[in-house]
Design a protein around this ligand. Structure first.
Ligand SMILES: Cc1ncc(COP(=O)(O)O)c(C=O)c1O
Length: 376
């Protein structure tokens, strides 16, 4: 956020900044979704929906699980939320209580630990590295689970590393957590954005007791509509209903009507094209970053991030990734996110690059970095 604010300030002074810090794609929401939103507004769809969500949308999401993953998920288990953020709030609210722990990967999505704190729980961050594809494994669960642990939260594809958990790994995690009588929560917000023709299956294909977080923000390009969903086991529906009623009453009505068009063939064709563009960007950016000395230890196969070790760029004057990010911003006009946003494990020697801008600009950014590097 600091980097973004400084980048905006530099832009206001007329500097050309290449934004690689932003965690949302540069594409606008697909037109069919926008049209459905406009139609809903014109039809006066401006009242609250039920707290669990519009029944048609819950049905549409259920059909999506069938169509995309061949998995049965009853609409009654689907809770529509204000973004994945709303889903995280509900799930932590329901599964954590004072002093209880959620096991998380470090590096990971920064807000997770704050949600845990907000509900008076504790984040137990576990250092992960390329040896496990920056993901929690069954071994981590066995090693770190204690009597205060209540749940583990993983993200696949992950932010900031873009790495993916296989079905086998999800199965092993599920089994390990089941033995502890705990809960597995999988954040699938970057589903749909995977590359190299890998198959990402929802955790629900292997474990119907898992909690799933998802969103219309990333794959469906609807960040500003604030809409996501949560899938819960049957016995948790009523607690989620009560929490949603108390915390936010319901997700935005207009967005829910608009999202009914998110699964149309026409929309899905647009989204597939965008996925291919993102894959192409990753394919160009990854070798370009490596060619200037950034070390990417696990190939990102999803989301739109590359998490790189920048040790070779550090020295006495630029001792850590925060200082380096500032230096790049002010001297090369390239905005990136320093690792300390995502945790503390080796954070000072890592930087996240988001490929949320077009390929030409991404390569220009690398060119600029290489240029200032050769001058130092
Ligand atoms: C892993 C992960 N989970 C959840 C979110 C929250 O997304 P939203 O509330 O926009 O759906 C983000 C946003 O960047 C994310 O990266």
């Amino acid at each position: 956020m600091d980097i973004l604010a400084q980048a905006k300030q530099l832009e206001a002074q007329g500097k050309d900044i290449i934004h690689m810090e932003v965690g949302e794609p540069d594409f606008a929401t697909p037109q069919p979704i926008i049209d459905a939103g406009i139609a809903a507004l014109k039809a006066g769809k401006t009242h609250y929906t039920p707290a669990l969500g519009l029944p048609e949308l819950r049905q549409a999401i259920s059909s999506w699980y069938q169509q995309r993953y061949n998995v049965d998920v009853s609409p009654s288990r689907i809770v529509v939320t204000p973004g994945a953020s709303g889903a995280l709030l509900l799930v932590m609210g329901a599964l954590l209580e004072q002093g209880k722990k959620v096991l998380l990967a470090d590096p990971g999505y920064p807000c997770n630990r704050n949600f845990a704190r907000f509900v008076e729980g504790q984040a137990h961050s576990i250092a992960v590295d390329a040896s496990t594809n920056y993901q929690l494994t069954a071994e981590h669960i066995n090693e770190y689970w204690d009597e205060d642990s209540a749940m583990a939260l993983v993200a696949s594809p992950s932010n900031p590393t873009g790495t993916v958990l296989s079905n086998q790994q999800l199965l092993e995690l599920s089994a390990a957590i089941q033995t502890k009588n705990g809960h597995l929560v999988v954040d699938e917000i970057y589903h749909g954005l995977t590359y190299d023709e890998i198959e990402t299956s929802t955790v629900l294909a292997v474990n119907q007791q898992a909690f799933v977080i998802n969103s219309f923000s990333k794959f469906f390009g609807m960040t500003g509509w604030r809409l996501g969903w949560l899938v819960v086991p049957d016995e948790y529906v009523s607690v989620m209903d009560r929490l949603a009623q108390n915390l936010f009453l319901a997700a935005p009505t207009l967005s829910q009507y608009a999202a009914l068009s998110a699964f149309d063939d026409e929309t899905l064709a647009i989204l597939e094209q965008r996925r291919q563009i993102l894959e192409q960007r990753r394919n160009s950016l990854l070798p370009a970053l490596k060619s200037i000395g950034l070390d990417v230890k696990a190939t990102p196969q999803g989301a739109f991030y590359i998490y790189a070790d920048c040790s070779r760029f550090l020295n006495e004057e630029l001792p850590d990734s925060m200082a380096l990010s500032q230096y790049w911003l002010h001297n090369a006009g390239v905005a990136v996110t320093p690792g300390n946003d995502f945790g503390s494990h080796l954070a000072q020697q890592h930087i996240r690059f988001a490929y949320t801008t077009d390929e030409k600009r991404l390569l220009e950014a690398v060119e600029r970095l290489s240029h200032i590097q050769s001058k130092t």
